[in-house]
Write a protein that binds this ligand. Sequence first.
Ligand code: FEO
Ligand code: CA
Ligand code: CA
Ligand code: CA
Length: 602
Amino acid sequence: EAAASEAQSRYKFEELTAGNDETHHVAEGYDAQVLLRWGDPVLADAPDFDVMNQTAAAQLTQFGYNNDYVGFVPLNEAGTRGLLCVNHEYTNEEVMFPGLGRQDKAGFEGMTAELIDIEMAAHGGTVVEIAQDDAGKWAVVQDGKMNRRVTPLNTAMMLSGPAAGHKRMKTNDDPAGMNVIGTINNCAGGMTPWGTWLMAEENFHGYFWTDVLDADGKPDLSAHDDAVQKKRYGVPGRWYAWGKFHDRYNIDKEPNMPNKFGWVVEVDPMDPTSTPIKHTALGRFRHEGAETTVSTDGKLVVYMGDDNRFDYQYKYVSNGSVSEDRAANAGLLSDGTLYVARFDEDGSVTWMPLVHGTGPLTAENGFNDQGDVLIDTRLAADLLGATPMDRPEDAQPRGDGTAYIMLTNNNKRKETNAANPRSKSDFGHIIEIKEDGADHAATRGTWSILVKCGDPSISEVGAQWNPETSENGWFGSPDNCAMDADGRLWVSTDQGSKWGKTGKSDGLYAVETEGTARGTSKLFFRCPVGGEMCGPYFTDDGETLFLAVQHPGTDGTKDLKGFERASTFEDPATRWPDFDPKMPPRPSVVVVTKKGGGKIAV
Ligand code: FEO
Ligand code: CA
Ligand code: CA
Ligand code: CA
């Protein structure tokens, strides 16, 4: 019987044994090569990485920290040369810098102005040319003409769309409200059909600082006339001490600056001198990702989650159509409609437009124009009655009108709804949407739950998998996801510090959506301890898979059996991938290919 069902799963590989140790593992018959590590040279003039003598100037030329989204733009017909586009979401000071020890979130007391500039230079993104040799091995082309670092330290960006130039975007360095320096906390993302790269700004609130605190030591926003909006977004989070040294991250000095973050940023990887654009038409929230597709009549559609407990699922539909003429697509992300999802008990999903002047989105309710609707997307969506979700992470459309929504977990949920059916959901679930008429621009569709995650052998967990899923194949906390060349779904996990609850490291899973094997999952790749699985990205021929191992050696290394220490630079839980006693763990991009070549999992 097992053999018969195996034949129905379209993913052909021998699944890994689940577990958790100091290194990575890939399914038998595949090579997993470390391609790019934090600190590796990216620009032609980059110095070799010197972990004991880091500088911001060097980091600005080297690969950044905590690689998350990975995209690829082929530069030749065969796809053996191309540009890798990688987000660097955040930094882990305790394992980046010697002598800091374990820092508590608020302020990182040991952080100096110099260390902060280094970590700012380690944020943002990287564009780097890579090439595959005749033996199938990928390598970085260090003198690639398009190689580029994008950072919050010094990359100038433009604002576009209805909120550009809005009075709430005006800051001391930009009285017109049209520009901003830098991008932060770029989590997942996407590539557009015309080959530009979308970087989603996620937990931007954590970077803003204030010295004005109330009696409990919490931010006191009473001097801010937009205190309600700031609170709804968690601004200022005071996770990082940047605002102590850079006024633009200090809301006491620049109260409007948080309004310039929380957007989707478009970068043209083909032009290293191009100015990245923050597209306000796609809304302001904790953008997890921005995966694109095209509707039946040629409109660009972008699916986007707001990763916060009880926040919402969004999509954007352009007014114009995607053109073969690359330059003609420049306006598609500035002119369109943003929708938020309501998932009803009857299995229907309704996409509600966030348009000023319609329904409750009026001046009476604090929305004076479309700029207000977009800057305060969350408040607008609250008024429309969107469905509060279990932390919407990545969302992946497929060209046939289907989309998959990763709901990672929500341990604060008490009241359930049909689309978020578990109270205190520790392990999350995946929703499948089928848009009406197989059209991604449709404003209605149907939804169903593909899987409820967690261990199916523990009844209290309430998991729901196809029973053919093995004890190695189930997972918790879906986060990033991707389609391969054959339209098959792959899901990567981020259990955070909770991986001890499953005993499994984070990893990459092949999740079947079709046929009798629908709802099965198979483990393909395992992260080293404390690492989160990001990427994934398949090349168009399905023969190369890019994965990103984020923050190896950190999450859950405190108080968990087997790794009973909080990782520090001096004493990390793993030194992956170098295993050099002088080198801390390094977030790295891993490239997976089949031994002897050919499509992955076929
Ligand atoms: Fe950066 Fe929502 O994961
Ligand atoms: Ca994520
Ligand atoms: Ca993705
Ligand atoms: Ca996550």
